[in-house]
Design a protein around this ligand. Structure first.
Ligand code: NDP
Length: 258
């Protein structure tokens, strides 16, 4: 009998969309997915920076495609998914990664800012992934991944809207797994700890925050975007077909320790 030889975690022939992938966690995940053989659609709001990311990926031999759209606009997201399927075929992997932050103390937190953060980090993610799920269910396979947050696991001041939305994503993956697992579609989240990207620049440029973080994190350092990329790629692979409804915390041990 001929045994099929396939590299572990291989993604050859898969089409993936990674939202918010011109830099940070999304870019590192897109690069790793593509290195495992996937065709990866790069997204951000700015068409020029999306194209620059695609070009630099292609220079490295990565199969990147460009699709600029505003993830905060659910109608634009649904239209982009339809265009992706028309141009490059059915989507196998959605990594709904883009997110926004707004920091303010709870008692002065403006309701409009709360609604804006929840609309982006929860409602728009729900709508994008719902549309992707319809197509995946009809083909009886797919991988949906969200980016949650350690702030949905452990409380911290000044991020009340962000925490509410990311916490809802952690709950959502459990609920969606109940509806989508019978159709061969898995739904999981990664929950990053403190990762050194543009989003956290105000924190890693603050020496007192750095000193606190390095002492508080058992691994003794900031996370890097690359630390998340392998987790995303594993959950997107065939090898993770029995893992659904989970949130994988990637935080150097911070949330496991006092
Ligand atoms: P970055 O700020 O480094 O990257 C953000 C990416 O998202 C860019 O590609 C940006 O491109 C894109 N983006 C921003 N707004 C939109 C939009 N409206 N539509 C489409 N794309 C958009 O962020 P991170 O990599 O740090 O964060 C990625 C995810 O990880 C987010 O969901 C964040 O909440 C989460 N997270 C991050 C942590 C960290 O410590 N960094 C910790 C926990 C969670 P452009 O600006 O050109 O649109």
């Amino acid at each position: 009998m001929k045994i099929e030889q396939r590299p572990l975690f291989g993604l050859k022939g898969r089409l993936a969309l990674v939202t918010g992938s011109t830099r940070g966690i999304g870019l590192a995940a897109a690069q790793t997915l593509a290195r495992q053989g996937a065709t990866v659609v790069i997204n951000g709001r700015d068409p020029l920076s999306v194209q620059r990311t695609v070009d630099s990926g292609k220079n490295e031999g990565l199969d990147f495609k460009a699709m600029a759209f505003d993830v905060g606009d659910p109608v634009a997201g649904v239209q982009a998914l339809d265009r992706i399927e028309q141009e490059w075929g059915p989507l196998d992997i959605l990594f709904a990664n883009a997110g926004i932050q707004h920091r303010a103390a709870l008692l002065g937190f403006d309701l409009a800012d709360f609604q804006r953060v929840v609309a982006f980090n929860l409602t728009a993610q729900w709508a994008l992934a719902q549309h992707a799920a319809r197509s995946m269910v009809s083909r009886k396979k797919g991988r949906i991944l969200f980016t949650g947050s350690i702030t949905a696991v452990l409380g911290r001041e000044n991020v009340s809207a962000y925490t509410a939305a990311k916490g809802a994503l952690h709950a959502l993956v459990r609920q969606w797994s109940a509806e989508l697992a019978p159709a061969g579609v898995t739904v999981n989240a990664i929950a990053p700890g403190y990762i050194q990207t543009e989003l956290t620049e105000a924190l890693w440029t603050d020496p007192s925050f750095n000193a606190w973080l390095e002492k508080r994190t058992p691994a003794g350092r900031w996370g890097q975007a690359q630390d998340l990329a392998a987790a995303v790629t594993f959950l997107a692979s065939d090898e993770a077909s029995f893992i659904t409804g989970q949130t994988l915390v990637v935080d150097g041990g911070l949330s496991s320790t006092m």
